[in-house]
Design a protein around this ligand. Structure first.
Ligand SMILES: O=c1ccn([C@@H]2O[C@H](COP(=O)(O)O)[C@@H](O)[C@H]2O)c(=O)[nH]1
Length: 297
């Protein structure tokens, strides 16, 4: 089954459009886990990251649409962190969760093929269902990813309108009468045009931040066949109202990512007293329920 159709199925069976972001940070791990790291070595932290993420995965499996490990936090630990990332991807897939690896990769076409081969598809070394990619190198840098998506029923999410405050510096520039983000959206739609599956969506998705609700509405209409990954919910200020426009009439078409507000829920003021560090997994569970409830439109 194509990635787009599998994502639709994951949303329908879990009854959730939530994507849990797996962004482990040493200083924010629950004290119970942080204190178990006996030597300050990359290997020890990597083992803690694997434990942290797999325990979260156990709590959210079947209750959310997908997970999004952020490669940067694993890369911070060097090779040991990369081993941990591999373990986390494979564990999530084993328990039936779709994985979006957030690596924002891309390069010239021949190198893009190597990235695509590396990350995409169950038989690839990383075994991820999908990957975030940058459009900056142009169409010939995206096509190799799309070819691998076709061959392996995988997906990509192209950065279209990012959630950060400075993204507009380049993305909002007007060129040939339209914004750069609108031009990227056109490219996303073109690449999907011959690849739309049963769910009405193709393998080429888009990243659009919850922090730009007006542009999200514009981009939903501009890319009717593209799944939208919406980061920026929660910790970056995006709300349920802000992401509403990302969905189609059947409640499909978008998944909303929250990382810090779910995985570090034990330190949020509203959960701290009730759960604290000891019951950090209960805090993850409560934050997941809360987000699911907010996004039930
Ligand atoms: O435009 C973008 C693209 C990616 N991200 C990533 O999503 C998560 C957000 O984490 P929160 O803790 O929920 O803020 C993180 O991995 C970012 O690198 C994004 O925020 N915006």
């Amino acid at each position: 089954m194509s990635f787009a159709d599998r994502l639709a199925e994951a949303v329908q069976t879990s009854g959730s459009v939530t994507c849990v972001g797996l962004d482990p940070r040493k200083s924010q791990l629950p004290a119970t886990l942080r204190d178990s790291v006996s030597t300050d070595s990359p290997d020890a932290w990597a083992a803690a990251y694997t434990q942290f993420c797999t325990e979260i995965i156990d709590v959210v499996a079947g209750r959310v649409a997908c997970v999004k490990p952020q490669a940067a936090f694993f890369e911070q630990l060097g090779p040991a962190g990369m081993v941990s990332l591999g373990q986390v991807i494979s564990y999530a897939r084993k328990v039936g969760l779709l994985v979006i690896t957030d690596g924002k990769r891309n390069d010239i076409g021949s190198t893009a093929t190597a990235y695509a081969d590396a990350y995409l598809g169950t038989d690839s070394p990383w075994g991820s269902d999908s990957l975030t990619v940058s459009p900056y190198l142009g169409r010939d840098s995206l096509e190799p990813f799309v070819e691998v998506c076709d061959a392996r029923d995988a997906g990509i999410f192209v950065l279209v309108k990012t959630s950060n405050p400075g993204g507009g510096l380049l993305q909002d520039r007007v060129c040939d009468g339209k914004t750069i983000y609108a031009s990227v959206a056109e490219l996303v739609s073109e690449l999907n045009s011959t690849r739309i599956g049963k769910s009405g969506y193709g393998p080429v998705g888009a990243v659009v931040g919850a922090t730009y609700p007006e542009q999200l509405a514009e981009l939903r209409s501009a890319m009717p066949g593209a799944w939208i990954l919406i980061p920026g919910f929660g910790a970056q200020g995006g709300s349920a109202d802000d992401v509403k426009a990302g969905f189609d009439g059947s409640g499909l078409g978008a998944v909303v990512n929250s990382s810090r507000h779910i995985i570090f829920a034990h330190s949020r003021p509203e959960y701290k007293d009730k759960f604290g560090d000891v019951k950090w997994l209960d805090a993850v569970s409560a934050a997941t329920d809360e987000m699911n409830a907010q996004l039930r439109f």
